[in-house]
Design a protein around this ligand. Sequence first.
Ligand SMILES: [Zn+2]
Length: 230
Amino acid sequence: MNYTGQYNEVSTLTHELGHTMHSYYSNKTQPFATADYATFVAEVASTFNEVLLNDMMQKKLKDDDMRLSLLMSMLDGFKGTLFRQTQFAEFELAIHEAAEKGTPLTGKVLTQMYGDITRKYYGHDKGVCTVEDNVAVEWAAIPHFYMNFYVYQYSTSFVASQALAAKVLDGDKEAKKRYIEFISSGGSDYPIELLKKAGVDMTSSEPFDKTIEAMNGIMDEIETILDKQK
Ligand SMILES: [Zn+2]
């Protein structure tokens, strides 16, 4: 990766080191046949590391403007990973459903569908955000749509790692132990089961609720700082 020491690059390096840890521990612990982990958990360790980095920075930074910058980048993370990837996944499902019904997937059709879904997610019709017409062709620039159902796992991994990290950051030693076991477990069981053993039940709404709780906490702090600066 390009690295000049900017915060974004520190964050990316932290993210990639999460993948490294997941692969390292799984390769070291598992036999060859079960060392590889499933797509569903592929972004858990990486986004888990990002949560730890953000938490450390939040404890370190005292200057309000620096804190605002960090909090906004964290909020951007929620937007880019939780909401945007879910939007992508909804578009992807819609493409597949259209194809199953025999609708030809022309550029015009895809642009129409992508535009509709983007306007819905950004609250265009409700006047929340304005989505420019040219945004509707963005689908053409996203390589993930050429892979079957990849994008949703950014959102699910993000939600899982928020919940896992919240427990570890609370100082729960067992949670930390379970997490190391999780990144050592490769593909030795169904990913849902591996996450359950790590302490997060992806069939319940708890991880999502914890994530929204964290997001609301960030927004509260942003508001507190902005109120002070009025
Ligand atoms: Zn990644």
